[in-house]
Design a protein around this ligand. Structure first.
Ligand code: 2HA
Ligand code: ZN
Length: 283
């Protein structure tokens, strides 16, 4: 089977193109990875390059030993993924220790996986463990409104979660566990990956201050939908704050408790604080 004819490759390309068209991927901004299912690997294995050299991942992910991933390439533009997928994307295989990878397909003009590979794989390792293997997608985008908020809101999980929840009734239903926030850090290495993956133990979305977001999910639709919902809520908040930042009314802590009952979700009381002088999450 041709790699580009696989359903997961088509879904990956369509999701990347949706993100591009929403304006989340200027230049080479953002990256996407998918942990490929065994039967999907088997169906395309005859197309794989057998002579690729091994490269260090830059992090140790023993929980992903032997796994295959479809990953956007470093320096590649999301805009070009649909136009030239074989040059923009590649399939990598991890070794039996989860310390090295080799390129089995793609990056046709020479290339390597995204500079954020350590964060992607550290997140995949956590998510594979905490979801019993269900989560397969890690998506990083430079969503404009989320980035804008990271300049004006206190950088705590509590404040970001609560402010986003308040912007749309669906938000606590879509991400009842909340969102995590990583303060500004140098991107592209193990350190930011470790901080992000710690938060991925309990959240499916982690904001990188002044940079973007990482989302994790089971399917392309769920992962993209989560990113889209968060960015939409952030856009509403930016508009509300731009209108003088005086809310005449809002969704209250008690409204959230009622919503949780109606939708059978659990919302941590940590996010349902009374607003005042004290900034939650800073104690
Ligand atoms: O791929 O988004 O964080 C470019 C980036 C790095
Ligand atoms: Zn980025």
């Amino acid at each position: 089977m041709r790699v580009l004819e696989s359903r997961f490759v088509q879904d990956f390309i369509n999701m990347a193109d949706d993100g591009w068209r929403l304006g989340w991927h200027e230049r080479n901004g953002g990256n996407l990875s998918y942990r490929i299912k065994e039967h999907e690997v088997a169906a395309i294995a005859d197309r794989f390059n057998d002579h690729a050299e091994w490269h260090p991942i830059g992090a140790s992910v023993p929980g992903l030993a032997g796994e295959y991933f479809l990953v956007t390439g470093t320096g590649k533009y999301f805009r070009n993924i649909k136009v030239d997928p074989e040059a923009s994307l590649g399939i990598i295989e991890l070794d039996e220790k989860g310390e090295n990878y080799r390129v089995r397909w793609g990056y046709a003009e020479g290339g390597l996986p995204t500079s954020e590979l350590p964060t992607h794989l550290l997140n995949h390792e956590v998510k594979k463990r905490v979801t019993d293997g269900k989560h397969r997608i890690i998506y990083h985008a430079h969503c404009t409104n989320v980035i804008a908020l990271s300049f004006v809101l206190p950088l705590t999980d509590e404040v970001f979660t609560r402010e986003l929840w308040e912007m749309a009734t669906e938000c606590p239903v879509v991400f009842p566990e909340g969102v995590g926030v990583v303060p500004w850090m140098v991107p592209g290495g193990r350190a930011i990956g470790v901080e992000t993956s710690k938060l991925m133990e309990k959240y499916n979305a982690v904001i990188w201050a002044m940079h973007g977001i990482f989302c994790s999910g089971e399917t392309f639709d769920l992962t993209f939908g989560l990113m889209h919902t968060i960015e939409k809520a952030a856009e509403i908040l930016v508009k509300v704050m731009s209108m003088g930042h005086r809310k005449a009314q809002t969704i209250t802590p008690q409204n959230f408790r009622d919503l949780a009952e109606g939708f059978h979700i659990t919302l941590d009381e940590r996010f349902l604080y009374e607003k005042g002088e004290h900034i939650p999450g800073t104690e």
